[in-house]
Design a protein around this ligand. Structure first.
Ligand SMILES: Cc1ncc(COP(=O)(O)O)c(C=O)c1O
Length: 404
């Protein structure tokens, strides 16, 4: 029997983090304490009133197909929330609800990108952006950013990278993996550069509710002229804001014409996202928001604890991120430390540092290479203060021991 897979899979990279997470799982199975700094989801439960709404919806018969792009009631709630938070009128026919924000992005890839198209993605990037572009035969154009710039894409760098082949630019603010977020003036310049080009600006705002201190979260949509808004596509969802990762509800906000195209794509794959989860999402968006604020406050405390403790580890530096729940630490100062299990006997590369911290301290963090940023590790603080304190104390002890 021949088992020939489609060639399109040849270009998709297997996850660079797989080896580390598989090893973490194996160590946990052996009974080792593993500090879960690799996670990409809130450790909180979905708010009770949202869970109750799902139970009620089940009994009320939310068990059938809905409209492909989501119920009108949900799209109305999303449009109202977007109008409220972004200050730009949004109508239900501009909204397509999908099986998570990742699916919303995948639908966009199918609807928009063709072989020959370029999609600009600043690094560090969320792992799925370039892979989805490759899967549909288009070309990701990665632009490196610097820590000094807060890992933000410079408007001049964007202007230089745009070509007639550019179909879209994907920004994530606040960012996974860096936690960096675009301040108003910076984003305005990006929007202005984009206004000169016939390309889409896709902004992933899945972490928009998680910004700290006095940082002002601004949507690119709010900054664009009415004409330029048609080329801005917003990605959002409930996964991070309402601790609803397992419910799989995310959406795109775009023009009615593109929304129709996304509806066609989705109608031939998943049909509607789960009816029950849609019903619960309406209550999440329209109901009390105090749990969102409470979760954000907890993340804010953990952010400070995580970053300040990371900074006490000799050889590690870390900028204070504006949002999301990740600290992106520069670990190049640990290269060269002796470790018997290292290939050359000395730590060399972020993958090896990640493995060292996992084996010697039980800290599971994600190597920056996975996000196009070698030399860094992503530490998620979507875990308890106790885990952050104990895990980083173990990491520091391991580093001090290796330093001798
Ligand atoms: C930047 C970013 N976008 C999108 C997603 C996908 O979210 P969802 O759970 O809605 O598919 C994630 C999840 O990790 C993310 O970090």
């Amino acid at each position: 029997m021949t088992t020939r897979l489609a060639q399109r899979l040849d270009v998709v990279k297997p996850s660079a983090t797989l080896a580390v997470s598989a090893r973490a799982a194996a160590l946990r199975a052996e009974g080792r304490t593993i500090y879960p700094f690799g996670v990409g989801e809130p450790d909180f439960d979905t708010p009770v009133h949202v869970r109750d709404a799902a139970k009620a919806a089940l009994d009320a018969g939310a068990t059938r197909y809905t409209a492909v792009s989501g119920t009108l009631e949900l799209r109305k709630a999303i449009a109202a929330q977007s109008t409220r938070t972004r200050g730009v009128p949004c109508k239900p026919d501009q909204v397509v609800v999908s099986v998570g924000a990742k699916h919303a992005l995948f639908n966009l890839a199918i609807a928009l990108y063709e072989p020959g198209d370029e999609v600009i993605i600043p690094a560090p990037y969320w792992v799925s952006y370039p892979e989805q572009v490759r899967l549909v035969g288009a070309t990701p154009v990665v632009i490196e950013t610097t820590e000094a710039d807060g890992f933000l894409l410079r408007p001049e760098a964007l202007a230089a990278a745009l070509t007639p082949k550019t179909k879209a630019v994907i920004l994530c603010t606040p960012s996974n993996p860096t936690g960096g977020a675009y301040p108003r003036e910076w984003l305005q310049k990006i929007v202005d550069v984009m206004a000169q080009h016939d390309a889409f600006l896709i902004v992933d705002e899945i972490y928009a509710s998680l910004v700290y201190d006095a940082f002002e979260q601004v949507s690119a949509l709010s900054l664009a002229s009415e004409a330029a808004r048609d080329r801005i596509i917003v990605i959002d969802g409930v996964s991070k804001t309402y601790a609803m990762t397992g419910w799989r509800i995310g959406w795109s906000i775009t023009t009615a014409a593109i929304a129709k195209a996304l509806d066609v794509v989705q109608s031939q794959s998943t049909t509607n996202p789960t009816a029950l989860a849609q019903a619960a999402t309406i209550v999440a968006l329209d109901g009390p928001q105090d749990s969102v604020r409470a979760m954000r406050d907890r993340f804010a405390t953990r952010r400070t604890l995580m970053v300040e403790t990371l900074r006490t580890i000799p050889g590690v530096t870390c900028r204070m991120p504006e949002g999301a729940f990740y600290a992106f630490a520069d670990v190049r100062g640990l290269y060269g430390l002796s470790w018997a299990k290292a290939r050359s006997g000395k730590l060399d590369g972020d993958l090896e540092v990640a493995t060292f911290l996992l084996e010697e301290a039980g800290c599971a963090a994600v190597p920056g290479s996975a996000f196009g940023a070698p030399g860094y590790l992503r530490f998620s603080y979507a875990t308890s203060e106790q885990n952050i304190e104990a895990g980083l104390a173990a990491a520091k002890a391991a580093v001090l021991k290796a330093r001798g």
